[in-house]
Design a protein around this ligand. Structure first.
Ligand code: SAH
Length: 464
């Protein structure tokens, strides 16, 4: 029973911390927690599924909602499947390992629809979500924090939720199995050579993270030691041992990061072995990838997404295609043979360097890549008198800046194709465009990140 004190403090709140309540999960939040209600008061409970009836223990109470954990499953949802990962609950990277993939796709479809309707006030047609062929081992990139355990041994794993305590784990179900083999070998070598490991509290020591990337077409692997020191002792022996055992490693890089914050990568890279980049093939285009450049983590699925974006763009040989937030140029380059000219804009200079080289190695001459903030670059292009009928935008999670939206409206292309990894900001941006002479014709959700809460969406907007 809630105490009198609690009742006195918040008459509307029907739950109390550390108390248990029987509830049924009726919906999911955008971050993959189940939602139950007591007297209309929402409780967020991770690792649950719609239809579960559970006993929940309340762990935190706020003014308008509370958080609970599962203390007992009374009757499980029919969506449930056996979870196949030992560290699933501690890690928090996957929030849907305990439900069928079919149910996960339904949730993601609904989430995109809800965002577009509620935030965007958009009534356009939504197509069925495109699911991923692989729901395991699909990530081509991994970043592992490195630390020292209580026995003085080097460990790698992931941070426990909302903390910087490393839970040792080399086997993530979302990553290629070769990553765990490489990681285990690195830990052995670090222990053997007594490599200096970063201490976050004292801000001393060297290695902070191991970062791995694999190009799935060529199989080439890039290994990156993220370190607070610019040199790595026994670098030659370590690189040799790794390359001898894993010949697919074509690039070993030291990334220097001595900042105190949570940002994983610094801006300086020093190649210790092999090439500065690895090469992949995406949508038939050869691409070189640097450690600092953005590259889609689920490539086969990203290819499907790009194909849809290009289908929406209905390109012709007279078009100048503007690819904003272009990264290493992958979207635009995969459509460059269909247009007169491609102009890509991206803020990271290494990514633009990659984009230029990518155009060159594929012998595409009708390209121009600009390293700048989209805000400034689009204004500049307008001043230059560049005219375009079709703009593709693929912004980061926070969406397009208001100034970018304003310049898009000023540019006035007949079509805008918006790709987004965040349906809520995409819905907001589409709404702004709908208020300024555009209409969302249709949109399609894509699942690039099975088992996690993330979902991508591509939409077609036309000038009316
Ligand atoms: N279209 C690319 C990259 C998409 S991710 C692909 O599919 O691979 C978003 C990209 O936007 C990142 O490469 C990021 O560096 C870039 N970016 C973020 N803010 C930016 C800004 N204000 N101006 C230009 N590029 C930006």
């Amino acid at each position: 029973m809630p105490s009198l004190k609690k009742k006195f403090l918040n008459l509307d709140c029907p739950v109390e911390k550390n108390e248990e309540y029987k509830v049924t999960i009726i919906a999911m939040s955008s971050d993959g927690s189940g939602i139950a209600k007591i007297n209309n008061f929402p409780i967020f409970i991770p690792n649950t599924a719609i239809g579960d009836t559970i006993k929940t223990k309340i762990v935190k109470v706020l003014k308008n909602y509370a958080f609970g954990i599962v203390s007992k499953i009374i009757s499980p949802s029919t969506d449930r499947i056996e979870n196949d990962c030992d560290v699933y609950k501690q890690c928090g990277g996957c929030c849907y390992r305990h439900i069928s993939y079919e149910s996960e796709l339904k949730l993601k479809q609904q989430l995109v629809l809800d965002n577009f309707k509620r935030i965007g006030k958009i009534n356009a047609k939504i197509n069925n979500i495109v699911g991923s062929d692989n729901v395991s081992n699909y990530r081509n990139k991994a970043q592992f924090p490195i630390g020292i355990d209580e026995n003085g041994k080097v460990v790698a794993g992931f941070y426990a939720k909302r903390s910087h305590r490393i839970i040792p784990c080399c086997d993530c179900k979302l990553q290629p199995t070769i990553f765990s083999d490489i990681l285990k070998t690195i830990l052995d070598l670090f222990n053997q050579y007594h490599i200096s490991i970063y201490n976050e509290h004292k801000h001393t020591g060297g290695i902070r993270h191991i970062y791995l990337r694999q190009a799935d077409f060529t199989g080439e692997i890039m290994l990156c030691f993220v370190s607070a020191k610019k040199n790595l002792k026994h670098s030659e022996e370590i690189c040799k041992a790794l390359v001898d055992k894993f010949p697919n490693i074509k690039s070993i890089v030291l990334n220097f990061n001595n900042s105190k914050g949570n940002v994983i990568l610094g801006t300086e890279c020093y190649t210790l072995y092999g090439n500065d980049t690895i090469t992949d093939v995406m949508c038939g285009v050869k691409v070189q990838i640097s450690p600092l450049s953005f590259y889609q983590v689920n490539k086969p699925q990203a290819e499907k997404l790009y194909k849809k974006a290009i289908e929406y763009a209905k390109l012709s040989k007279n078009d100048t295609l503007l690819d904003l937030y272009c990264g290493i140029g992958t979207i635009g380059l995969s459509a460059v043979t269909q247009v007169k000219e491609l102009i890509g804009v991206e803020i990271i200079d290494k990514a633009i360097e990659n984009a230029k080289i990518n155009a060159k190695i594929n012998d595409f001459k009708n390209t121009r890549f600009i390293c700048d903030d989209c805000k400034g670059a689009v204004k500049q292009l307008k001043e230059e008198g560049i005219n375009t009928d079709i703009i593709i935008v693929d912004p980061p999670r926070k969406g397009c800046d208001q100034e970018v939206i304003d310049t898009l409206i000023e540019f006035s292309p007949s079509k805008i194709v918006m790709i987004s990894c965040n349906p809520s900001t995409a819905a907001r941006d589409c709404n702004l465009l709908e208020q300024n002479g555009y209409k969302v014709i249709e949109y399609t959700p894509f699942d690039l990140f099975p088992r996690t809460a993330h979902v991508e969406v591509v939409c077609l907007l036309e000038k009316i």
